[in-house]
Write a protein that binds this ligand. Structure first.
Ligand code: GLC
Length: 479
């Protein structure tokens, strides 16, 4: 079985969020189970030099973009046994931001077409499956049918499209269809790419991909409703027979408290050293050094998806409690400023860092007693799994992958591995935090059990990789 993974982020080359975690670890998990996986991604400016220096040129060719054609280089390197290909074009990819450029419709149309052209230049690969991820790669199943169907190389090729986030769909003006994609008006109908306001890349994948997956079973159900489907729910429903929710895994090589070089004191089964990590985190962030105070952690993007508006609403009430709260995350300027102001007002209780730091993230997972993640929606969520594996008890909203990973202590005192609340309501969040803190203070035994359950929840990639393999097999068998 040969699979080409097309993705726009992958650790250790470039990671903005959960997508990059998946790009870095799912291919390795598939490979361990015997699949020949190769990854193709753009050669971004942000990829560190020590990787760029190792790249070897495979080929150079032209890629059609509407009526024009653009130069493209295909470069490759092998990293930890996996072959990575990079689509090289300075004009499109030598930029600071990744998804926010004014011409992103063209950037990712180029990338998608370049991937299909690139396959001709790696004949030894001859894939069975192209596995695409999120809107930047969503045109591939369509382009395959529109431009390449007759070529023997592509004839039997099947496509899988994974939705990591329905919020970002790639909606662009109608002209993009003609000027950038080189398609005609027959693609501008309700049954094709047309949506209110123009054309929709993700819709193209929902129509044309052979199989659709998303990153948790609950999110697979949710996106068939208007609130989560964001206008595409009808198209998701139409494909519900070919839709599967497969929970992401956690890369235990990267996230292992027993062997984590970023921790002050690594720890295995005994959680005692967590206290040392907590005291260290407090000193690092200039908070009073106190073992007894419940330390709440949050590692997040500061966007409304992540429920930052809920937290902001009750922050002063949290500050009335005897707690400490550490927030790491960048994003929306309004919330960044608001948090900085509050951190000045409550220097003994609140520490805020509005940057992106893997190192501090690990230290927070290790030092926090509770991990707060009140997402409005959450396709899978990775940081709750990381936090849990480090023994920080999660407090989450019951949605998407959070529902599929956290068992609330309130519903199941034996198996509970965290706390959850249902409605998107700031005071529900406050009450569940208060309940959790009360238990932390008053029932050490119950607390320890929740913490152990969290640390031992099985989020290994193997199970998910097997699910993907079942899908790949079924597609290849049909062919
Ligand atoms: C997106 C989703 C997140 C998910 C990640 C990886 O970032 O918002 O919930 O964990 O993709 O699939």
């Amino acid at each position: 079985m040969k699979v080409i993974f097309v993705i726009t982020e992958a650790t250790p080359f470039l990671k903005l969020g959960g997508l990059g975690e998946v790009g870095g670890s799912l291919p390795a998990a598939l490979q361990r189970l015997g699949v020949d996986v190769r990854v193709i991604m753009p050669k971004y400016k942000g990829i560190p030099d020590y990787f760029r220096q190792k790249l070897q040129l495979i080929s150079e060719f032209k890629v059609p973009v509407g009526w024009r054609s653009q130069d493209c280089g295909l470069q490759a390197m092998t990293h930890q046994g996996i072959k990575y290909y990079f689509i090289d074009n300075d004009y499109y990819f030598s930029r600071q931001s990744i998804y926010d450029e004014f011409d992103k419709a063209e950037q990712f149309a180029f990338f998608s077409r370049a991937v299909l052209e690139a396959l001709l230049h790696i004949p030894e690969c001859k894939p069975d499956i192209v596995h695409c991820h999120d809107w930047p790669t969503a045109l591939i199943p369509l382009m395959l049918k529109a431009f390449y169907q007759r070529d023997p190389l592509y004839y039997r090729l099947k496509t899988v499209f994974t939705i990591h986030n329905m919020e970002y769909q790639g909606i662009f003006p109608e002209e993009v269809l003609y000027d950038v994609l080189g398609l005609d008006k027959s693609y501008y109908t309700e049954d094709t790419l047309k949506v209110e306001g123009g054309i929709n890349y993700m819709k193209a994948a929902l129509i044309h991909a052979d199989q659709i997956t998303t990153v948790s079973p609950t999110y697979a159900r949710e996106i068939q409703t208007a609130y989560f489907g964001r206008g595409l729910e009808g198209w998701v429903q139409k494909r519900s027979e070919s839709l599967k929710g497969i929970l992401n895994g956690l890369d235990y090589d990267l996230y292992n408290p027993a062997q984590d070089p970023l921790l002050k004191v690594p720890y295995g089964d005994s959680t005692q050293p967590k206290l040392d990590n907590k005291l260290y985190l407090q000193s690092l962030l200039n908070l009073p050094i106190r073992g007894d105070v419940p330390l709440l952690g949050m590692v997040t993007r500061l966007t409304e998806q992540k429920g930052i508006d809920l937290l902001a609403h009750i922050l002063e009430e949290i500050m009335d409690l005897d707690v400490q709260l550490v927030i790491l995350g960048a994003g929306n300027m309004y919330y960044e400023n608001r948090l900085h102001c509050l951190a000045e007002k409550y220097p003994e209780k609140l520490a805020v860092r509005t940057t992106y730091s893997d190192e501090l993230a690990h230290k927070i997972f290790a030092g926090a007693d509770l991990f707060i993640m009140p997402s409005r929606f959450e396709p899978c969520g990775m940081s709750q799994m990381m936090a849990m594996h480090y023994g920080a008890v999660p407090v989450v909203r019951n949605t998407g992958g959070l529902s599929d990973t956290v068992i609330s202590y309130d519903n199941d005192a034996e198996r509970g591995n965290g706390f959850s609340f249902g409605n998107y309501n700031a005071h529900e969040l406050l009450y569940v935090i208060q309940r959790a803190i009360k238990l932390f203070r008053e029932d050490q035994q119950a607390w320890k059990r929740i913490q152990d359950n969290a640390m031992h929840s099985d989020f290994s990639w193997e199970h998910s990789a097997q699910e993907y393999i079942k899908i790949y097999r079924s597609l290849v068998e049909i062919a």
